[in-house]
Ligand binder design. Structure first.
Ligand code: NCD
Length: 311
């Protein structure tokens, strides 16, 4: 056991970054730092005998596999159900019934589902801890927490960060979750770069306005390159009813190494990238997106331990 005092979270389910306080994020960052050390030593067995159910009804590589890796690194076991057409939801079962049954099989559940609000439905019936791994365009809290951990690690602190978010700010759940989370920090500044069709969701901008946090909306990526963090995103093909509209917008922004000459920003991306960061950027020391993906294991180890009372 590393530290048993005040490290647990005051909630059972993690569905949204809006439920988190600064005390919660401080605790999660602290336990994540400890988990980084645990991982360096090859993990331990504090979750031996515990089972994580991973229900993924939308494609995922990093989120699901890093959850699985996190559980294995802590000695636990994993049950995975992947793909809508292979599940009982396809037969018409409700999310609530699926989760109620999973409560019989597992000690903790994570789910990704295309419907915004599906995470709340799941959490409303779950007796065991439930973690949202992405509900449609709405929220992706564990990605936001690993992004937070990445910013702290790459920059030394989060307070006072100027972050530029680029791309699909309307449908991208990662930028929604991350904006609500960064709103907990002091002296933050946001620049949102997008085509007018994909402007930052009004839910986020009204939240920032209410909190008196400074944000700017622009269409030209050059206007956002003087930030501390440049957070690139993929245009979310699966959320477009009209695929020709997607084709028109998909590569409006392509970041290249040339564009970053003389700039000092840390480059992040939740991945997968589909052309919006040219591979010429990969060799730059500030290209943090692969390290960011690695941090996913660490932060998910922390969340599993905290929600299962095993810190
Ligand atoms: C993101 C997601 O699923 O929202 N990916 C991820 O979890 N790393 C971003 C994306 O798919 O564009």
């Amino acid at each position: 056991m590393i530290c048993a005092i005040n490290m647990l979270l005051p909630f059972k389910h993690l569905t949204s970054t809006k439920q988190l306080t600064r005390d919660d994020t401080d605790a999660i960052l602290k336990v994540s730092k400890e988990m980084e050390e645990v991982l360096k030593k090859g993990g331990d067995d504090r979750l031996a005998g515990k089972i994580l159910a991973c229900l993924f009804y939308e494609p995922s590589t990093r989120t699901r596999l890093s959850f699985e890796s996190a559980m294995h690194r802590l000695g636990g076991d994993v049950l995975s159900a992947v793909g809508f057409q292979f599940s009982s939801l396809y037969k018409g079962e409700t999310i609530e019934d699926t989760i109620t049954v999973m409560n019989e099989y597992a000690d903790i559940i994570t789910m990704r589902h295309p419907e915004g609000g599906s995470a709340d439905k799941a959490a409303s019936v779950s007796e065991v801890p439930f973690i949202n791994a992405g509900d449609g365009p709405r929220q992706h809290p564990t990605q936001a927490l690993l992004d937070l951990y990445t910013i702290q690690k790459e920059k030394g602190s989060v307070d006072g960060t100027h972050i530029t978010m680029v791309g699909d700010l309307l449908y991208g759940r990662t930028v929604h979750s991350l904006s609500f989370l960064l709103g907990l920090y002091d002296n933050m500044r946001f620049t949102f770069v997008s085509p007018k069709e994909l402007k930052m969701s009004e839910k986020v901008t009204s939240f920032l306005t209410e909190k008196g946090i400074n944000y700017t909306e622009v269409e030209d990526i050059e206007d956002g390159l003087d930030a501390d963090v440049l957070y690139m995103t993929r245009v979310q093909k699966e959320r477009f009813a009209d695929q020709s509209e997607y084709e028109r917008l998909k590569l409006k922004y392509v970041l290249t190494a040339d564009m970053l000459k003389g700039k000092d920003c840390t480059i992040m991306h939740p991945l997968p990238r589909v052309g919006e960061i040219d591979t010429s950027v990969d060799a730059l020391p500030n290209a943090a997106y692969f390290r960011e993906a690695g941090n996913g294991v660490i932060v998910r180890m922390a969340l599993l331990c905290m929600l299962l009372d095993a810190v």
